[in-house]
Design a protein around this ligand. Sequence first.
Ligand SMILES: Cc1cc2nc3c(=O)[nH]c(=O)nc-3n(C[C@H](O)[C@H](O)[C@H](O)COP(=O)(O)OP(=O)(O)OC[C@H]3O[C@@H](n4cnc5c(N)ncnc54)[C@H](O)[C@@H]3O)c2cc1C
Length: 307
Amino acid sequence: MTENLYDVMIVGTGPAGSTAAIYGQRLGLKVVVFGDTPGGITYMIENITNLPGFLGGISGTEFGVKLFQQAQMEGAVFTMSRLEQLDHNGKAFMGMDANGLSYTAPCAIIASGRVPKRLPVAHADMKGINFCSVCDGPLFRDKNATLAVVGSDNAAGQHAMTLSRVANKVFLICRRQTLKMDAAHQQLIAQQNNIEMLNGTEVTGFAGLDFVEALIVKTREGKTSEIPVDGVFLAIGWKPNLRMLQLRADTTADGYLKTDTRLMTSIPGLFAAGDIREKNMYQVLTACADGARAAKYVSEFMEKPNG
Ligand SMILES: Cc1cc2nc3c(=O)[nH]c(=O)nc-3n(C[C@H](O)[C@H](O)[C@H](O)COP(=O)(O)OP(=O)(O)OC[C@H]3O[C@@H](n4cnc5c(N)ncnc54)[C@H](O)[C@@H]3O)c2cc1C
């Protein structure tokens, strides 16, 4: 048990968790990180083009692996297993990972990100409904495929752009009349002649036997129709990953952790970084910044828990 005693437990190996591990180690903390995916969800990003310092961008997978290696080089311990439970015994945080091993630390940083939502319609888990165009888009290469992306934000725009290179045609279907996408993404999409935008269109169901064959859609005017497709990619919102937390921390109505200016949750010693917390910009850069700050505040908290 004493072998598994750390200064801080970090939940998540994405940009927030890995950066917290790098900074934590450099601040002299003994860090353990839980998670099984180096880089978190950055593997879903074909090319991160908005990271300062990376002219021409960097692939999400390469960035994620480098972050992970850097944190390892700093000496952070990666369990390569997910944390199943995070609790507090009155003195310290207690964690149990997927291998049944226990860990103890006076502080913890939750950097567990979020997962994409499914549509609340019948057959929502049918085969052919995907979330990652970088991972699953290549399955449609050279198949003259018609694909649909459902969503209206930058992630939806990136899926559409990625898929437009493997598919014959891509429908970008958005329930709203106006997109939540930034101007740079909208401009790229407008230049791609095999992407067709269907604004003000709601997906009300999926048709097909085992594998999705068509989307059932309804326009604002109430007209229902079917769009035959070979595959669908969803980008319709997110659900925070908080299942491991056995403690009652304050969250928003959507389940995001609320934090103070030191990134501490309503539970003393429990910090949150990256997409898991309530904020107004869910990006790699802001996740890394959160990770660095959370590590700094953990180190300050350990020196002065009541300060
Ligand atoms: C398609 C797409 C395109 C994007 N494009 C860009 C872009 O171009 N530029 C940009 O800046 N941002 C982009 N983003 C957003 C960016 O990827 C996220 O903001 C960023 O990855 C958040 O980092 P994070 O560390 O908070 O969470 P994540 O990257 O989600 O990492 C959290 C990790 O924790 C894991 N986890 C969850 N529960 C547990 C547990 N119990 N135990 C252990 N691990 C757990 C998760 O599985 C995940 O691996 C994009 C996102 C998507 C989906």
